[in-house]
Design a protein around this ligand. Structure first.
Ligand SMILES: C[S@@+](CC[C@H](N)C(=O)[O-])C[C@H]1O[C@@H](n2cnc3c(N)ncnc32)[C@H](O)[C@@H]1O
Length: 247
């Protein structure tokens, strides 16, 4: 079933993309909005519960602030918390993030399993970035938090990479902006490449469900069709949005 969660102030959360760590609201408000979103994900059977370690989340945030080089990002503090919480609750053994730029989105997901925010052990956390220079920077950033190598960044086309990835994909995060022809429409190509290796209960997170809704129309129609996904929620807590779907 398709559903929407929309916070009352979603369109007032506008970050300065060049100020990744700028405070947009009191921490209590950020936590309350993310809790509301998690509650809806629980009601839809996407999450089994809404509990995650708030101190570890902040430890993760601090580590990113201290060690990541982030030229710009559209990941708001609310979105960062939501991504961390979903991963901390679902605990995917294998997580793939497609289109990771400097690695901030990737580690918002993977930080639940590596670094000071870790609350479980994953097998593979893989960020895919098609631009080699950006992939190299993302890899440097991630190494600063995770010396183990469980989280790693690969310079590749995500469409090809997921199609060749032989393991089950427990969580797929989509943020690649594709080429001139497809733009964010590439999400569905990436998803189709690994759908048959996503077990029941696997989760797909698609960034920009709000501000790229038009370009994502065919992707959103696909994941909101109960023939493909058991449930899908458009989480609108900032101007970007995140479509959260469970197989
Ligand atoms: C808009 S950025 C994501 C940034 C992220 N939303 C943030 O705020 O930090 C999208 C990234 O996807 C990458 N990309 C585009 N097509 C791709 C593909 N086919 N495979 C992997 N990465 C791709 C781009 O090079 C770019 O770095």
């Amino acid at each position: 079933m398709a559903r929407t969660y929309q916070s009352e102030d979603w369109d007032q959360v506008r970050m300065d993309y060049s100020d990744p760590h700028g405070e947009l609201e009191p921490l209590d408000r950020e936590i309350a909005v993310v809790d509301e979103a998690l509650a809806v994900l629980c009601e839809e059977g996407i999450l089994p519960h809404a509990r995650y370690d708030h101190d570890k989340m902040l430890a993760h945030r601090r580590a990113v602030q201290e060690s990541f080089e982030i030229p710009w990002t559209a990941i708001s503090p609310r979105m960062q918390r939501l991504l961390y919480a979903i991963n901390a609750i679902r605990r995917p053994a294998n997580m793939i993030a497609a289109g990771v730029f400097c690695g901030n989105t990737f580690i918002s997901n993977g930080g639940a399993a590596v670094g000071p925010g870790a609350c479980y052990a994953a097998e593979n956390l893989i960020g895919i970035e098609i631009k080699p220079d950006e992939a190299a920077r993302a890899e440097r950033n991630v190494r600063g938090i995770d010396p183990t190598g469980v989280a790693r960044v690969v310079a590749a086309d995500a469409v090809d990479f997921v199609a060749e990835f032989a393991e089950p994909v427990d969580l797929l995060y989509l943020d690649a902006d594709g080429d001139a022809r497809r733009g964010k429409g590439i999400y569905l190509d990436i998803l189709r490449g690994c759908l048959d290796r996503m077990p029941p209960g696997a989760v797909v997170l698609a960034h920009n469900s709000v501000n790229a809704a038009e370009r994502l129309a065919h992707y959103l129609a696909f994941v909101r069709d109960p023939a493909h996904f058991r449930a899908s929620v458009n989480v609108i807590l900032d101007v970007e949005g995140l479509e959260v779907s469970v197989k």
